[in-house]
Design a protein around this ligand. Structure first.
Ligand code: SAH
Ligand code: SF4
Ligand code: F3S
Length: 474
C-alpha cells in the first residue's frame, strides 16, 4: 500500500486517451488535406530520466498521428524536454527555443512545447511566458502524461496552454512508448529524490521519491528481453531507495535478483546508486548474478569530508572507499565510474587535493566531472562562491589526473577478449564501428552495419584513455 503516492487512475488514463483520439482526428484531417502525416521533433537535454520521458512523449505523439522526424525545420510539432541541473543546460534550452522562433515565423501553424525539469521552476515558467510568446505549451515533469490534454486544448482553442505544476506524487503507467533503440532500453524503477544534496535542483523539479510497483517493472523488463533487447538499464535518482515508499521489505537488491532470473542473452544495468545506502547485499547479488553487468556508477562528488558534509551527502570518504573496495573484492573485473564536482562553495585547495588523492586511491575507470553551478533555491547557491578562474583551473587539474588513471585502467585490457554490444558506425569516424563493454567503455573496431545491436567478442589490441581498440574474434 502506498501512503501519499497516487498511481494514475483508470479514469485519468481514459481521459487522456480521449484527448489522444481528438488530436488524432485533427492529424488525420491534415493527412487527408496534404497527403503527408504531420511530424514531431523531440529534442532531449539532460539525463537518462529525460531520455526515458522523451520516449513516452514520442510514443504519445505517435499515437496521436505524428510521424517522428529528426529535423526541426520540417516538424509540425516541436517538443523541447529541458534539464535544469546546471546553468549551461538551461542556457542551451533557451537558445534552442530562440532558434525555433524563426521556423515558427515561416510556418505559424507549428506548435512548440517546452517541458521537463526547467519548466518545473516557477521563475522559468514566468520567463518563458513573457520572453518567448511563441511557445504554445509548457508543462513540468510530473504532467508528462497530460501532454495529449495540453495539445488538444491548444489545437481546439488556439490559446497557449501554460502550466506550472509543483511536482506531484504521481506514478504514470501504461503510457505509449516510442523507444529510440531496438536493443538498448531504459526502464524507470522510481521517480524523484529525497536527498536534497545542497547543490542539487533535482528534488525540487522531480518531487519526492516514488517507486513503481514491482510487477509493472518485472513485466516491462520481461517483454523487452522477449522482444530482443540486449541491454536494459534501470533508472532512478537513487535506485537504492527503491521500495522505501512502498509498505514492503522488498528492496532494490531483491528487484535486481528477481529480474536476473529472466532467461536470455542480455545485460542488466542500473543507475544511480547513492553511496550512503549502496548495500553489501546489492553487491553480493550482482556478483552472483547471470545478467547483471559488473559496472557500478557510484558518484563520489568530492574526496574531502568537510565538502561532503557541506554538500549534505551523508557519507565520508572512508565509507565511500569501503564500498569501492568491497565491489573490487567481490568483482575484480568491475568497472567503477563516478561523478565529481569541482569548485563547490566551501572547497579549499586542500579539499581539492583530497579529491585528487581520492581519485588515485579509488582508480575509477571513468568520471563525469562538473564545475559547480549555483542553482536558484538550493542552499549552496547562498554560500560564498569560489571564483570562476579557480574553478576552471581545478577542473583542468582534475581531468589531467583522471586521464592518467583511465589510461592505467585501460592498458591492462590489451590482449583480453571482451564481450561488446555493438552500436554501429562511430559518429566521429564513419569508417569505424563502435560498441560498449558491460562497463560502458567505448570499443572501436572494423566491421559492418549488420553488427549493430549484437553482442560480439572483441580482442583488445590497444587501450587508450577514452577508448579501447580491437578486432572481432569468433
Ligand atoms: N542522483 C544522482 C545524480 C543526478 S545529477 C546522484 O546522486 O548521484 C548528475 C550529476 O550532476 C551529479 O552526480 C553531480 O555530480 C552533478 N550536479 C548536480 N548538481 C550540480 C550543480 N549544481 N553543479 C554542478 N554539478 C552538479
Ligand atoms: Fe541530486 Fe543528491 Fe538527489 Fe542525486 S541524490 S538527484 S545529487 S539531490
Ligand atoms: Fe537534468 Fe532533470 Fe535529469 S534536471 S539531470 S533532466 S532529472
Amino acid at each position: 500500500m502506498r501512503s501519499e503516492t497516487q498511481i494514475l487512475s483508470l479514469c485519468e488514463i481514459e481521459k487522456q486517451n480521449g484527448y489522444m483520439a481528438s488530436v488524432r482526428e485533427y492529424t488525420d484531417c491534415l493527412f487527408a488535406e496534404n497527403g503527408i502525416r504531420p511530424r514531431v521533433f523531440v529534442l532531449t537535454l539532460g539525463c537518462q530520466q529525460n531520455v526515458s520521458d522523451s520516449e513516452k512523449l514520442s510514443g504519445m505523439a505517435n499515437e496521436m498521428g505524428y510521424d517522428i522526424t529528426d529535423t526541426p525545420e520540417d516538424a509540425h510539432l516541436i517538443v523541447v524536454n529541458t534539464c535544469a541541473i546546471r546553468e549551461h543546460a538551461e542556457k542551451r534550452a533557451l537558445s534552442l527555443v530562440g532558434q525555433y522562433k524563426h521556423i515558427k515565423q515561416k510556418r505559424p501553424e507549428l506548435i512548440i512545447a517546452v517541458c521537463g525539469c526547467m519548466v518545473a521552476q516557477e521563475h522559468r515558467v514566468e520567463q518563458i511566458k513573457k520572453s518567448y510568446p511563441y511557445v504554445d505549451l509548457l508543462f513540468g515533469t510530473s504532467s508528462i502524461h497530460r501532454f495529449p490534454e495540453f495539445l488538444a486544448s491548444k489545437i481546439k482553442t488556439k490559446k497557449r496552454a501554460l502550466h506550472f505544476h509543483e511536482p506531484e506524487r504521481v506514478v504514470a503507467e501504461d503510457m505509449p512508448v516510442h523507444r529510440d533503440s531496438s536493443y538498448r532500453a531504459w526502464v524507470s524503477v522510481m521517480y524523484g529524490c529525497n536527498n536534497f544534496c545542497s547543490y542539487c535542483i533535482v528534488p525540487y523539479v522531480r518531487g519526492r521519491e516514488r517507486s513503481r510497483e514491482k510487477q509493472q517493472i518485472v513485466n516491462e523488463v520481461r517483454e523487452l528481453v522477449e522482444s530482443g533487447y540486449k541491454s536494459i538499464t534501470l533508472l532512478g535518482q537513487n535506485v537504492n531507495s527503491y521500495g522505501k515508499d512502498l509498505d514492503t521489505e522488498y528492496d532494490f537488491a531483491d528487484l535486481v535478483q528477481e529480474l536476473d532470473s529472466i532467461e536470455g542473452d542480455w545485460w542488466l544495468d542500473f543507475m544511480t546508486s547513492h553511496p550512503k545506502d549502496a548495500s553489501r547485499k546489492l553487491i553480493d547479488v550482482m556478483a552472483a548474478a547471470k545478467h547483471v553487468t559488473h559496472h557500478f556508477h557510484l558518484p563520489m562528488q568530492s574526496g574531502s569530508d568537510s565538502v561532503l558534509r557541506a554538500m549534505n551527502r551523508r557519507y565520508d570518504f572512508e565509507k565511500y572507499i569501503g564500498i569501492v573496495d568491497y565491489i573490487r573484492e567481490k568483482m575484480p573485473d568491475a568497472t567503477i565510474t563516478s561523478d565529481i564536482i569541482v569548485g563547490f562553495p566551501t572547497e579549499s585547495e586542500q579539499d581539492f587535493e583530497d579529491t585528487l588523492n581520492a581519485l588515485r586511491r579509488a582508480r575509477f575507470d571513468m568520471i563525469f566531472s562538473f564545475i559547480y553551478s549555483p542553482r536558484k533555491g538550493t542552499p549552496a547557491a547562498e554560500m560564498e562562491q569560489i571564483s570562476d578562474k579557480i574553478k576552471s583551473e581545478r577542473f583542468e587539474r582534475l581531468l589531467a589526473t583522471q586521464n592518467e588513471i583511465s589510461l592505467c585502467q585501460n592498458k591492462p585490457l590489451e590482449g583480453k577478449t571482451l564481450k561488446v554490444l555493438c552500436d554501429g558506425r562511430s559518429k566521429t569516424d564513419d569508417g569505424v564501428i563502435n560498441g560498449r563493454t558491460e562497463g560502458g567503455k567505448i570499443v572501436l573496431f572494423e566491421g559492418d552495419d549488420s553488427m549493430t545491436g549484437k553482442f560480439l567478442n572483441i580482442k583488445i589490441e590497444r587501450g587508450e584513455t577514452f577508448a579501447l581498440y580491437g578486432k572481432v574474434v569468433k
